[in-house]
Every structure is written in C-alpha cells, then in structure tokens.
Design a binder for this molecule. Structure first.
Ligand SMILES: Cc1cc2nc3c(=O)[nH]c(=O)nc-3n(C[C@H](O)[C@H](O)[C@H](O)COP(=O)(O)OP(=O)(O)OC[C@H]3O[C@@H](n4cnc5c(N)ncnc54)[C@H](O)[C@@H]3O)c2cc1C
Length: 420
C-alpha cells in the first residue's frame, strides 16, 4: 500500500489528494499544512473580502469529508525533506517516512526590497489570516494604498472602493497584465480603476515610512515604544519615484509571489525560481513530485513556465496523481485564468504573446481579443464578460479546429457551431 505525503494543502495539494483517493481506495494519504484544512484562495480577494462568503465556505470540505475519504490532515509545517530515506520532518518534532512525496508549498507574497518594505503592519494577501487583516482595514473613509496593480491588487482595489475606502493604486507599469491579457483587454481593465473612483499613480515606491503617533499619551520619544508597531502608527508615508509622497492608513503590497521552494532546494532538488518539474510533475528525484504555484515546468530552450493560476494548480495536482497511480497523464489543453472586478468577469486563454489580434465587440463593454496564427489556428484569447465565447474558443483551440478572422470578429457567428 502506497503512502503519499503531500506537503501543502492548497488547491494543488488538495486536488492531488482527491485524485489519488479516487484512483486508489487503499493508498495512505497525508496532507501536512500549518494552516490546517485545505481552503481556496480566489474568494480572499472577492466574496470573502466583501463579507458575502462566510468563512466555512472558503474551505474545500469539512473535516468529516477528509475523515470519510481517509485523507489524514496534519496541522504542522514540514521543516526538512530527507531524500535518502524519503522522510518528511515536522516542526513539532515528528517525522513521516513515506513511499512518495508531493511538494505543494505554493508561494508567499513578495516583499519590496526597499527601505521600509518590511515594516510591521504592512498588508499582503495570500492566506485566510491575511484576508481577515485586510478586511478589518476596509472601513469607509480609511485610506488604502495598494502597491501593484496585477490580478490581486486590482481585485482588492475594486472590493475596497466599493466598501467606501479611499483607494490609491500605485504601479510603475503603464498597463498591468499586458502579457496575460493583451493590450486591448488589459488596457480596458486598467481604465476601470479610475472610472470607479480609484486614484491611479504610475510610479514605483522607493521608501515606506511609518508615521509616529500624535496622541500625547503615546510619546514617540519613549524608548518603550516601537515606532514600527502598527498599533501606534498613524499610518504610512510612501515616497514615490516621481518625487511625490502618498499618505495612507494602510498599505497592501501586491507585488507578486515568491515560490516556497526552500525545502526542495535544501534537499538538493533542482530548482530555478520554483521547483523544476517535467510534464508528469516529477522533480529531479524519482519519488518526489511537485505541483502548483511552487513549480516551474521544464521546457526546451526556455527556463520554463510558472503558471500562478487556479486551474493550472488544480490540473497539476491531477497530473501528479496520475503519475503516482501509473495511469495515463491527462491532456489538459490550453491554460485559462479569470479575474472578477467592478462587476465584470475577465478571462485569459492560451497565449496572448503571439499571432495576430482579431477583436469581437459584443456590446455593453463585452469584448474578446483573439490571437490567430497565419494558418487559422487559434492561439489564445482574452475577454471581458464573454464566458460563452471563451468556452467555445477553448474547444476550438483544444481540438485544433481552424477558424477565419472574419468568423472570429463577427458577433453573429456562433463559435460553438464551428466546433461541432
Ligand atoms: C487572493 C488570491 C486571489 C486569487 N484569485 C485568482 C483568480 O481569480 N483566478 C485565478 O485563476 N487564480 C487566482 N489566484 C491564484 C490561485 O489561487 C493559486 O494559483 C492557487 O491557490 C495555487 O495553489 P497552490 O496549492 O499551488 O498554492 P497555495 O494555495 O499557496 O497553497 C500552498 C500551501 O502550502 C503550505 N505550505 C507552505 N510551506 C509549507 C511547509 N513547509 N510545510 C507544510 N505546508 C506548507 C501553505 O501553508 C499553503 O497552504 C488567486 C490567488 C490569491 C492569493
């Protein structure tokens, strides 16, 4: 009977556990995560942050489900992976010796390498606890500076401004999400911030200072007071690359993710800004696999790809499960991501970096920007509020069915029919 230890209970680790159980009723499966039961991340910048989704709904399943599935949950951190004996050592002192290890440690929010970038009280958003801290700051009239206008920063800006928070979004890039969504869709999405009352500043942050308290009872000269403590702070002053300053009560750093590949590196597995894996999610050790945001897929001629999206994490878990079970690897087709902000649904499919652009306008702000190769092969698409068209485009792409630019651009042409 195979015993698999899954290190990390995010979407990737959870999906792997679920599929291994589906394929092997006998396998011993243990998920180790210091955060406890597996939960989902997308609601943390959306429905959970607004308060619409209750906390228990963020979890994939309750503990009874895991007990019924005989998937053991260990609430602890893995501190070391011993490849010789295939043993994972836990922070609490215990260790597990297993037949296979799946590393699913995801990533942590990137810090800014600037003065003040590590001040206490600065917010980030990766975990449920982070979301609770951010939620507490979403009070009407408070000033929130969001550093980074990527997927997470943009969604929080939308949620926060709708809660009555004064939001300033700072990013040095003219059009964030360009690589993932292409110029047209990325540009329209970014323009929504200003249209909804978010102040957008195009600049880099050079320094963050905690403002000292004003209350006479809290004398900042007192040696017992740490001016870095958030409870004593009046907020922050951000110095920007354009020479201006920005005052904020709260600062969210949303500048991307650093893959949590420390365990793998220390164990001697091949890593390069993420754990390197092959198409079966195998690392450089035959009995250790890795899945989700922490991985980078080896690709010929490139340093590899790291997808930091929900579906990619789930699919990698399914692929690893197939590799563990010795069944055929699933054929996943084009990659896909989505984002919700300001009441619109944005999606990206496949590769937006090549091919020629063909635009389909659907009215009321809905649009699809396709990428088409010369021979009529669909390479990718980005869209706002066009889920049916994206679904049809995905089928065409996955089936390799050629299309014409005229059909793509014409909103009266039903792409689903072309796929039949
Ligand atoms: C706020 C937010 C919103 C998002 N919204 C979208 C969206 O709208 N659309 C989309 O496509 N994608 C979205 N994503 C991305 C998507 O959720 C991630 O790609 C996905 O969660 C990655 O899953 P993962 O399992 O690889 O990593 P994670 O979810 O990060 O899980 C990793 C787990 O590993 C654990 N861990 C780390 N180190 C150890 C250790 N030493 N021992 C044991 N456990 C450890 C951590 O505690 C964590 O629970 C969003 C992400 C965030 C953070």
């Amino acid at each position: 009977m195979m015993h698999v230890a899954i290190v990390g209970g995010g979407l990737a680790g959870f999906s792997c556990a679920q599929e291994v159980r589906r394929g092997d009723p006998q396998a011993r499966i243990t998920i180790v995560d210091p955060q406890g039961a597996p939960y989902d991340r997308p609601p943390l910048s959306k429905e959970y942050l607004t308060g619409e989704m209750p906390r228990d709904k963020v979890f994939f399943h309750d503990e009874q489900w895991f007990a019924e599935q005989r998937i053991a949950l260990v609430t602890d951190a893995v501190t070391r992976l011993d490849l010789a004996g295939l043993t994972v050592e836990l922070d609490g002192g215990e260790s597990l010796t297993v037949d296979r290890v799946v590393l699913a440690t995801g990533g942590r929010a990137r810090q800014l390498p600037i003065r003040g970038g590590d001040l206490a009280g600065l917010l980030s958003l990766r975990t449920l606890d982070d979301a609770d801290r951010l939620r507490a700051a979403l009070v009407p009239g408070r000033r929130l500076a969001i550093v980074g206008a990527g997927l997470v920063g943009a969604e929080v800006a939308s949620t926060a401004v709708a809660s009555g928070v004064e939001v300033t979004l700072v990013d040095p890039v003219e059009t964030p999400l360009l690589a993932a969504a292409g110029a047209l869709v990325a540009g329209r999405l970014h323009a929504m911030h200003a249209a909804h009352g978010v102040r957008v500043i195009r600049a880099a942050i050079e320094r963050i200072e905690a403002l000292p308290p004003t209350s006479p009872s809290l004398d900042p000269r007192s040696p017992s007071l740490d001016p870095r403590s958030p409870s004593l702070s009046r907020g922050y002053r951000l110095r920007l690359s354009d020479g201006s300053t920005l005052a904020a009560d709260d600062v969210l750093l949303a500048v991307g993710l650093v893959p949590d590949d420390g365990l793998a590196r220390e164990a001697g597995l091949e890593c390069e800004d993420g754990i390197l894996v092959d198409r079966a999610q195998r690392t450089s050790h035959p009995h250790v696999l890795a899945v989700g945001d922490v991985t980078r897929r080896r690709a010929e001629g490139t340093s590899g790809i790291r997808h930091e999206h929900w579906e990619a994490a789930m699919r990698s878990g399914h692929t690893a499960a197939a590799a563990l079970l010795g069944t055929d690897l699933p054929n996943h087709g084009a990659s896909w991501w989505w984002s919700d902000r300001y009441g619109v649904h944005a999606e990206g499919l496949g590769d937006l970096g090549t091919g020629s652009s063909v635009v389909r306008e659907l009215g009321d702000g809905a649009v699809v920007d396709f990428r088409l190769a010369d021979e009529g092969r669909l390479l990718g698409a980005a869209a706002i509020d066009a889920p049916r068209v994206v679904r049809a485009a995905r089928r065409l792409m996955d089936a390799g069915i050629p299309v014409t630019a005229e059909d793509l651009a014409d909103p009266s042409v039903d792409l689903r029919k072309l796929g039949r």
